[in-house]
Ligand binder design. Sequence first.
Ligand code: HEM
Length: 373
Amino acid sequence: SDPFPFYGQYQAGIVTPAQDRLHFVSFDVTTDERAELVELLQDWTAAAARLTQGREAGSYGAVGGAPEAAPDDTGEALGLPASGLTLTVGFGGSLFDGRFGLAGRRPAALADLPKFPGELLNPEISGGDVCVQACAHDPQVAVHAIRNLARIGFGKVSVRWSQLGFGRTSSTSRAQATPRNLMGFKDGTNNLKLEDSALLRDHLWAAAQDGSPWMAGGSYLVTRKIRMTVETWDRTSLAEQEQIFGRNKGEGAPLGKKAEFDTPDFTAKGPDGELHIKSDAHVRLAHPSAHGEARLLRRGYNFVDGSDGLGRLDAGLFFIAYQRDPRKQFVPVQMSLAKSDPLNEYIKHVSSGLFACPPGVRDASDYWGRTLF
Ligand code: HEM
């Protein structure tokens, strides 16, 4: 398949049909020099423009440079195609703390997330000044890209945390089949999709009139690492699993309906007089109709980070969602899920990230974050 274009009005990796693999990284900026940060973003942009087209990170490459110099590409993607690689950059709230003269530029929509009931966040794998989301069909290609950005950033940034994901848990295009999460359910059925242009304009892309003109054409990214206790889930009856989500497991149809894309009927009752979709079902609590029509573009991935030493898999969902304003979208949805979702018995949010992803890079003279600086 052809590489995804790197240049454009919007960053790639948001409405791009979700690839199968993820390597997400969050950096702390270690330099205090604004000029060095800008220079790094320019160097990263040049490397990203090459990497996403299946080229090496630098112009000499892994083996074309002087033998006495460290190569300007690490080499593990030699011979591999672009593999649908996209690289998407975002800026965390901490970047606006005054070190770089950006305090007045922090978008209101980048307000720190509130504390949600039940979360158990580990600060060491949360937050960060700058994030990069690498998505590709080949994990080697995604890891290669992040590794080379970290290498280029040596002395200016350090890796704060990073997360690998396998198996997308969302569709972001109607051309894609809906994948399944590690609970075995189709995930991404009622997602914002690239074909929904009017909804994307209203719910996904920030606009100049939102208050931060530098973010026009950008989007806000929320990440949540959500650990699942899959062992407990796997001992739960099929009927209970389906009631928790409000959809059936085989087809992904809303309970009481037949096909995956049938519209859920939240008022329909069975012969026993019970609601088909229970009052606390995940899809009811998260549905746009419960939140002033607020929508999210979900783009998460499954993870299994080995085991936890207690005889359990360290598994779950690395939740990723893009939106125009988290205060009106992620926050109210997550608040109601945190309070009432029966899924909470099987999940724990252990890390959190919030990033302002700037508009796309227009051409080779432009760079990631130019409108901010
Ligand atoms: C829908 C799973 C966490 C927001 C769904 C669906 C599943 C699912 C199976 C139904 C299919 C679909 O429309 O995609 C999960 C699992 C989670 C989780 C396993 C945690 C491990 C979250 C979180 C949010 C969220 C943290 C946002 C705060 C939504 C939304 C929908 C949805 C907006 C669509 C509801 C609709 O319009 O019908 N989720 N989800 N989910 N989920 Fe989650």
